[in-house]
Ligand binder design. Structure first.
Ligand SMILES: *Cc1c(COP(=O)(O)O)cnc(C)c1O
Length: 395
């Protein structure tokens, strides 16, 4: 029996074959030449023409397209229920392609709690590209109305947010943005295509850093864009930017990302279960004064998350008593958790988010971000509890 996840409203994978079946079969049929059940890996950057100059298939040159990338793009489009997908060398390259596609003179409103790398890209490079960038809080009615009154060309959402895991009500915000004449992009990296379906809720574009949970093993960088309407002028420009700009993933990276995708459902289910368990346990710990995870009833977006999400995320943040020094102490004492940035891989990672984001970060100094991997949850819990031991109750 396919795993019965909570059904995601309007999800393209809500009916038909089970999700796990779809993910495995996204690898394609056995290779007719050899019977190999895993997709072949064609590394060629150029494709031979016949005597009359014709090509045997759709490929001319590696940057323009290749079989590994085509397989990955088809899988991403199917999974998000989109018309088409494009793969990039990283999530950031996908984001940059959107900025270039919008072009000089466009304006953009971005979630103030979006992934800091994307915010840095937008606010750092956007103005030199002739883009007007404004930050806003899509969970505040007042802020949403204020920013939409300026009639931005694109509204850039990311839910759950980084690292407080605030959840934006996509079904409420997207129609508002459309009514104001804006296109909507949703960065679905954290939620994954299994957690929520922004296109089904009206979004025009979905962005993924496939580097994270989709590739899933911290050994391949990648990005993806999925579009609802492949005839849109913006999409035509982004397509050109992918091919002519050339920030494309290698065939091997496409292979790794697609392979990761085939096991995404089972990996996520295990990771999300561990995250839930850790969130519940840490909420009871006297050294922890806040746990940020939308599964917690005290989370401000608990209800929205329940409506919108199929599960997860496999990420949580905690705030420890005693400020930055106490957070540093915990970080220094973990043995099983790896001190590293990123998430969605097999290793559980812990980081002091404010330190990683650097100057100007709005993340509280006593906050630790926990990216849950595939180790036994008992071991992960035990390690955190020993790292929290001996905290100063007077701090
Ligand atoms: C990591 C990440 C990105 C950027 O992806 P890279 O592959 O690191 O360039 C974009 N958005 C989100 C939500 C991310 O977590």
């Amino acid at each position: 029996m396919p795993e019965q996840r909570k059904r995601i409203p309007g999800a393209p994978h809500g009916t038909g074959p089970g999700l796990r079946t779809r993910l495995v079969h996204a690898l394609g049929d056995p290779d007719p030449r050899t019977g190999a059940i895993m997709p072949p890996l064609e590394l060629a950057t150029t494709f031979a023409r016949g005597e009359d100059g014709s090509l045997p298939g759709p490929y001319i040159y590696g940057r323009q397209g290749n079989p590994a990338r085509a397989r990955l793009e088809a899988a991403l489009a199917a999974l998000e229920g989109g018309a088409e997908a494009l793969a990039f060398a990283s999530g950031s390259a996908a984001a940059l392609s959107v900025l270039l596609g919008l072009g000089a003179g466009s304006s953009l409103a971005v979630d103030a709690e979006a992934y800091y790398g994307v915010r840095r890209l937008l606010t750092g490079l956007g103005p030199s590209l002739g883009l007007a960038i404004r930050s806003f809080d899509p969970r505040s009615e007042e802020d949403l109305a204020r920013v939409l009154a300026d009639r931005p060309g694109l509204v850039w959402l990311e839910t759950p947010s980084h690292p407080l895991l605030r959840v934006t009500d996509l079904a409420a915000v997207i129609p508002r943005a459309h009514a104001a004449g804006a296109l909507v992009l949703a960065d679905n990296t954290l939620a994954t295509p299994l957690g929520q379906s922004p296109l089904a809720l009206g979004a025009d574009l979905v962005l993924h850093a496939t580097t994270k949970a989709i590739a899933g093993h911290s050994d391949a960088s990648g990005g993806g864009l999925v579009v609802r309407d492949a005839a849109s002028p913006l999409w035509a420009r982004i397509r050109r930017i992918q091919v002519d700009g050339g920030a494309v993933p290698s065939p091997f990276d496409c292979y790794l990302v697609l392979r990761g995708l085939s096991t995404l459902a089972v990996r996520l289910a295990a990771m999300e279960e561990s995250a839930l368990r850790l969130a519940a346990r840490l909420a009871l710990h006297p050294a922890v004064h806040a746990v940020h995870h939308p599964s917690r009833p005290e989370h401000p977006d608990f209800e929205v998350a329940r409506r919108q999400s199929g599960g997860g995320p496999a990420l949580l943040a905690i705030q420890v008593r005693g400020g930055e020094a106490a957070a540093a102490r915990v970080l220094g004492r973990v043995r099983l958790w790896t001190r590293a940035t990123s998430f969605g891989g097999v290793h559980s990672l812990i980081e002091h988010r404010r330190l990683v984001e650097g100057e100007g970060s709005a993340v509280p100094a006593d906050l630790l971000r926990l990216a849950v991997g595939l180790e036994d949850p008992e071991d992960l819990e035990e390690d955190l509890l020993q790292a929290l031991e001996g905290w100063d109750s007077t701090a």
